[in-house]
Design a protein around this ligand. Sequence first.
Ligand code: NAP
Length: 254
Amino acid sequence: MARVLILGGTSEARQLAGRLAGRGDLQVMLSLAGRTASPALQPVPVRSGGFGGPTGLADYLATQRIDALIDATHPYAAVISANAAEAARKTDVPFVALRRPPWIAVAGDRWTEVRDVRAAVQELGPIPRRVFVTIGRNELAPFRDAPAHHYLIRSVDPVDLPLPLPHVSYVIGRGPFGEADDRALMEAHRIGVVIAKNSGGTATYGKIAAARALGIDVIMLRRPAAPDGPAVESVDAAIGWLDHALTSATARGV
Ligand code: NAP
């Protein structure tokens, strides 16, 4: 049986694991960073926590005799993606990244693209605005420098320490988030601007569609550069890649 490691933390990783779980020719393991308090149930065995950089991941690939590595982490998880590409190169383990295509602005979208969270905060300007923050809970520190605004912050787990801001409320939720629900939430909080990552996919597109319908601004964090290496954009394509990689390895007698 071929041993496959999926680096996860996304709905695509879970879907991919689900599609591979029943196959008699594969032993599939999913790796999570271990940040979420109660992660979604996974259809294959899970290991949790960092590997210790690219060297730790390379050691893991070797000691666990991994035959194929699929990086299905979030497009903004730049460190683990770079580590995965490097570890696969070092160990010669067949490797692919599964990366959802980004959303593309369409007519009616009012997006401003910025390089990072600090730039997003600057883009808010000095006049108080009502801001829906949807970038997770780990990169909120720069908002401390802009206390004039009213914030609604959504995250999967509660923000560890409440931000020292005079006007902030929190909403806890795990996607998918539909357009109608997000629109209702945004209207209830009289949101005037959304800060988002360009995650791609459908699960978190509701707020983008709702912002368009309401004619409000979106400050969109640009994606970090992806490391060099082979990549596919769908679960089907990842399975196609895996079958090809394992067949080639068998033909080479690996
Ligand atoms: P990151 O900055 O790229 O990675 C930081 C460190 O966390 C890595 O160096 C690695 O530690 C560990 N790590 C990350 N993903 C891992 C995985 N799947 N399995 C084992 N270790 C992992 O990552 P991040 O942006 O904090 O994201 C953490 C997790 O949340 C990822 O699984 C990602 O798919 C998921 N996620 C992230 C976002 C986002 O916006 N960044 C959104 C949704 C989901 P070592 O160096 O010790 O190996």
